[in-house]
Design a protein around this ligand. Structure first.
Ligand code: ZN
Ligand code: MN
Length: 484
């Protein structure tokens, strides 16, 4: 019977707060170990943790964005385990009353087996990060700078069915948290960490799942990039499929780690019974009431990526792929809207269709990322020059390069460099004549039937005018002259 992967993710999001989860130590990446520390995050006896209100707000904001339920009352718990990166001997986390329950994120998977998927969330809870251990030459070191950093742990339902779906979901989640401003979400820098739970299930010929129970899963840890999310899952799907074919469904849950160098997963633990963490309520932190905070935050909700994509399509008529490019980066999206608004002021109507396509293609293919020296106003002006046929595409590129270098406005650059489009018939006719006079052999061959030489002449004319000749006018004059 064919098998399909059943995948769920556990994601730790490092929240973009100024200070740590339960103390006033700054959260920043300093080179010097053990400088952002205090008695609270070092777990000294007798100190009192105080929850970071910004972290709570961020958690509530994300919860509302995924349409989860924000708990009216929430509390913190101690998760007990012993490890050198945990000075208190327990992590302050949340057990049975997480800040957020439920919720979902809808994701498009273009060209996938399912082009639209809904990934449900089980919960999202606040906790503190552990310190960082490093092992050098047989010695182990602990850096407590990271210890106590606010994390939001999100757990999804096993709703994903392929490695690609998992990667695309995670990218959409990152876009969401960036849009909300709750995290930078940079996986390489550990701001977004992902563990993947994966098992296989049998399906019948119609693709329907056989049986009622999930099979024992493998938990893959230590995945540190989007590329590796996909690779680790592809590897695991292949490995589990082979085992299944040899000896049927697995009997035990296992934990494996992704080895980035060997590009494979490595067994870490077999049959990990949910270790007994002896969770109990954190006695030093009073329960949180989130009703008031939740009401206030709902009013601060920005436009979410999905809504923005929809609006860009409706309002400007951008194509699907263009919309992705223009909205994936928040600053690019703002820049695009400024350019479009400048242009609609100029045309006196909504900019749509052909003009919008031109702008999108220049923003995506020619601008190549935002430049501090190019304002939306100047970029819009360049688009105007193009739309009015005052410059050729080639000259516009030259102008754009100069704008990047000097920050001048495009009309200025155009005049300074004499890059205005040359469609003055008399001037152009003179140049055509000059080119024809300079190449008598080619003219003879053309007249004897080698019509493809027209391209050669046009090329010469364009070169003569340093790219400014309007190709259509030039071609008309050329054919006129050659037919005589
Ligand atoms: Zn501290
Ligand atoms: Mn956790």
């Amino acid at each position: 019977m064919p098998l399909i992967p059943i995948i769920g993710l556990e994601i730790h999001i490092q929240l973009k707060t100024n200070s740590k989860m339960f103390c006033g130590c700054p959260v920043n990446e300093t080179e010097t170990p053990n400088t952002n520390v205090c008695p609270v995050c070092l777990g000294h006896p007798g100190v009192l943790p105080v929850p970071n209100e910004q972290a709570v707000r961020f958690a509530v904001l994300l919860g509302q964005a995924i349409e989860g339920t924000v708990a009216e009352n929430s509390k913190f718990d101690r998760k007990n385990y012993f490890y050198p990166d945990l000075p208190k001997g327990y992590q302050i986390s949340q057990f049975d009353m997480p800040v957020i329950s439920g919720g979902h994120l809808d994701v498009s998977v273009p060209g996938g087996a399912r082009d639209r998927i809904r990934v449900r969330f089980v919960r999202a809870h606040l906790e503190e990060d552990a310190a960082k251990n490093t092992h050098v030459d047989g010695f182990s070191f602990v850096d407590f700078n990271r210890g106590g950093t606010p994390l939001l742990e999100c757990v999804t339902e096993p709703d994903l069915r392929s490695a690609e779906e998992a990667k695309i979901f995670l990218q959409e989640l990152r876009l969401l948290i960036r849009t909300l401003g709750v995290s930078e979400g940079d996986m390489e820098r550990g701001q977004l960490r992902c563990d993947a739970n994966i098992s296989l299930r049998e399906v019948d010929e119609k693709g329907a799942i056989v049986g009622l129970m999930l099979n024992p899963k493998t938990e893959v840890k230590n995945i540190n990039s989007f590329r590796n999310v996909e690779r680790a899952l592809l590897y695991e799907i292949q490995r589990q499929t082979k085992l299944w074919e040899e000896s049927g469904a697995p009997q035990a849950t296992t934990t494996r780690g992704w080895d980035d160098i060997k590009q494979r997963t490595v067994l870490q633990r077999i049959k990990e019974d949910s270790a007994d963490y002896r969770y109990f309520p954190e006695p030093d932190i009073p329960p949180l009431s989130l009703v008031e905070i939740s009401r206030k935050i709902l009013q601060l909700m920005p436009e979410l990526p999905e809504a923005k994509r929809f609006r860009f399509q409706e309002e400007y008529g951008f194509g699907n792929a263009d919309v992705r490019h223009l909205t994936d980066d928040a600053t690019m999206a703002v820049f695009t809207e400024q350019v479009m608004s400048e242009l609609s002021e100029w045309t006196g109507e909504e900019v749509h269709g052909k003009m919008a396509k031109l702008v999108a293609s220049w923003l995506i293919n020619k601008l190549g990322g935002l430049h501090e020296k190019i304002s939306a106003e100047n970029f819009a002006e360049l688009m105007k020059l193009l739309a009015e046929n005052k410059v050729t595409g080639r000259s516009a590129l030259t102008i754009l390069e100069e704008m990047k270098a000097s920050g001048k406005d495009p009309s200025q650059v155009m005049e300074d460099a004499g890059l205005g489009r040359m469609d003055n018939e008399t001037v152009l006719a003179e140049i055509v004549d000059r080119v024809l006079e300079a190449n008598p052999t080619e003219v003879e061959r053309y007249k004897n039937g080698e019509k493809k030489l027209a391209k050669f002449f046009i090329g010469m004319i364009i070169r003569e005018t340093e790219g400014n000749a309007d190709p259509e006018t030039a071609s008309r004059i050329l054919h006129d002259r050659l037919s005589k």
